[in-house]
Design a binder for this molecule. Structure first.
Ligand SMILES: Cc1ncc(COP(=O)(O)O)c(C=O)c1O
Length: 385
């Protein structure tokens, strides 16, 4: 069998296990309601546009102005000639926002985790990861030269067992703050206590918390009162910030080291200046409009309560990400399809994105979902299940 035949066989196998994936095309701006490529209208409950900034008029204006002034592409890597004013302005603003000495802007959150975690932990170091950390964290740590172990969420004794091991030069703890597939949160206060006790370095990925939590929207570290205690924050900007790219924020020396050593930073074209300008504008709106966060959390609370009333398994979610855990992939696909036919777009999340037998609908709410849309989803779910 030639290589194409081999690939086909593997895809057939995925298909027979209900694990085959494909992209569904939307022909509209991201928002509570979208139009599909075939023209049909759906209420969208599975994107990360938590604060509805992806189609914000003021951000679009900022992008238009940036395109007029800076064009579209950066046309070089950051270290050659691709660093432009919007990159620097965004890095400065992010440093202030996250109260860190320095920041670095990369083309995606994936890229930021790769740059940080393949470079900073070195041979002779140990990295401790939550066992459900995002793939961008896991793959980067595996590609580093450090040893690594996974720990169970909020099980201190498990973590401590590894932290006491004296044979390592440095110990890193890497966690998401709001977990992307479960919507539950890390106990950041406890992790800070541990990192202080064992002199470890704490890295927090705020992908799904930035903009959504904290008095100024800086994330869960701000809300938990530990922003200054966390060593390094990774802030992917494609979720509530509704642009693209990823920020690494931490000590000046770490950032200088990454600029000189991190291959995913050095060997890639700088992000387009227009997306940096979009993120900068979004940041200002996030700080100035806390009511968006409030509406988001109210919507999330409503859905969680309603789902519990009808005995859905939503795990330990306490955020705007609410999993409806259904078990088998076939079941998740079937319910997703029925919801789609009823006018609701909620994609099915299956292994290996989530553990075996925990296939789910990953429902995420937006600040602009109306009460009618939330009620409609609950009714449709009841019918489909
Ligand atoms: C926790 C977490 N970190 C990093 C990423 C990667 O960010 P990006 O989509 O900007 O590559 C994601 C999501 O995609 C994520 O959920």
């Amino acid at each position: 069998m030639d290589y194409l035949g081999q690939l086909q066989e593997q895809l057939n196998q995925l298909g027979s296990e209900n694990l085959l994936r494909s992209c569904t095309c939307i022909d509209f701006a991201q928002g509570p309601v979208i139009h599909m490529a075939n023209g049909s209208e759906k209420v969208l409950f599975c994107n990360n546009n938590y604060l509805n900034l992806a189609n914000d008029r003021r951000i679009k204006q900022a992008v238009t102005e940036a395109v007029e002034k800076y064009g579209v592409g950066a046309a070089a890597s950051r270290l050659v000639s691709g660093t432009m004013t919007p990159h620097v302005e965004l890095e400065t603003a992010m440093g202030r926002f996250l109260r860190k000495e320095a920041t670095l802007y990369l083309p995606s959150g994936w890229c930021a985790n790769q740059a940080l975690l393949t470079t900073l932990p070195q041979k002779g170091d140990l990295v401790l990861m939550d066992r459900f950390d995002h793939a961008s964290i896991i793959d980067a740590v595996k590609a580093s030269e450090a040893d690594f172990r996974t720990y169970r969420r909020n099980r201190t004794e498990h973590l401590e067992k590894y932290l006491v091991d004296p044979k390592y030069n440095n110990r890193f703890i890497v966690t998401e703050s709001v977990f992307s597939m479960d919507g539950d949160i890390a106990d950041l206060t406890e992790l800070v206590e541990l990192k202080q006790k064992y002199n470890a370095i704490l890295i927090v990925d705020e992908a799904h918390a930035m903009g959504c939590f904290g008095a100024t929207g800086a994330g869960l570290c701000e809300q938990a009162g530990v922003l200054d205690d966390v060593d390094i924050i990774v802030a992917p900007l494609g979720k509530a910030v509704a642009s693209t790219g990823g920020i690494i924020a931490g000590p000046k020396l770490v950032i200088e080291y990454l600029i000189n050593k991190a291959r995913p930073f050095i060997y890639t074209t700088a992000p387009s200046p227009m997306v940096a300008a979009a993120a900068l504008k979004a940041l200002k709106i996030i700080q100035a409009e806390p009511q968006r966060r409030k509406r988001l959390q109210d919507n999330a609370q409503f859905l969680r309560n309603e789902f519990k009333k009808i005995s859905l398994d939503i795990g330990d979610s306490t955020s705007q990400i609410i999993p409806v855990i259904l078990g088998q992939s076939a079941k998740a696909l079937e319910v997703s399809k029925k919801l789609f036919e009823a006018g609701y777009f909620v994609s099915a999340i299956r292994p290996p994105t989530v553990p075996p037998n925990t296939a789910r609908l990953r429902i995420s709410t937006q600040s602009d979902h109306t009460q009618q849309q939330l009620n409609g989803l609950c009714e449709a779910l009841k019918e489909c299940l």
